[in-house]
Write a protein that binds this ligand. Sequence first.
Ligand SMILES: C[S@@+](CC[C@H](N)C(=O)[O-])C[C@H]1O[C@@H](n2cnc3c(N)ncnc32)[C@H](O)[C@@H]1O
Length: 247
Amino acid sequence: MEKKRGKLYLIGAGPGDPELLTLKAVRALQQSDVVLYDRLVDPGTLAFAKPGAECIYVGKLHGEQEQTQEEIFDLIRQHALSGKVVARLKGGDPMIFGRGAEEWVLALEHGIEVELIPGVSSAIAVPALAGIPLTYRGVSRSFAVITGHCHDAGSPEWSRYSGLDTLVVLMGAKNRVSVAQSLIAAGRRPDEPVAFVERGTTSREHVITATLGEVAEAGVAVQNPAVFVIGRVVELRPRLFAPAETP
Ligand SMILES: C[S@@+](CC[C@H](N)C(=O)[O-])C[C@H]1O[C@@H](n2cnc3c(N)ncnc32)[C@H](O)[C@@H]1O
């Protein structure tokens, strides 16, 4: 008799606020026996898991990524191959700096069925809900989402980002000074407006605005997790959040 194999749901949990989960995500959580969830997943999201489901925290600590990723792979393998339905719940969208595709490949290699449920990415939703749209007619016709994690300062790749209207840097809080210095060296203006949205979509959201030059001079304190936005769209924020005029 053929061995029963479970299923892997790769689920995007959105940027924080549990109400940003999709209906599909809620349905999949209600069908899962095991939930493997990341550091940036709001604990309120787990309320949608089915009663009795085993919820396992697999958040990665800085510097332990590789080892822990192996452990996560093992947990997926173990549970799915014993016939269980596994929900792999990741912050934002699993395919944006989330290693979702790697887990998908691994599951397929072991004959495990995979269903991807996209999530609302912090790259787009966190700035938008803070009053910073990534595109706006006459202000921004292009944007790129980049990582602030593994760039070498002064490397030529920074010049690729000099001509885009808006840049969104994820995992960029820690290296913000070298990111800003590299972008200025690559041709972006030091007086360009920037924003950091810390803990976006949560009750502890905090927005800091500055210029790229101020960030490059180490003059801006920022806490993780934060989305770092660079471009004139940042100037739209006061207009979107302006108090309504009374007639
Ligand atoms: C490893 S990346 C994962 C991105 C995720 N897959 C997504 O689509 O949002 C983690 C980075 O996302 C950003 N991030 C995620 N959630 C956030 C939130 N609620 N507020 C601010 N930044 C957030 C931060 O830049 C953080 O360092």
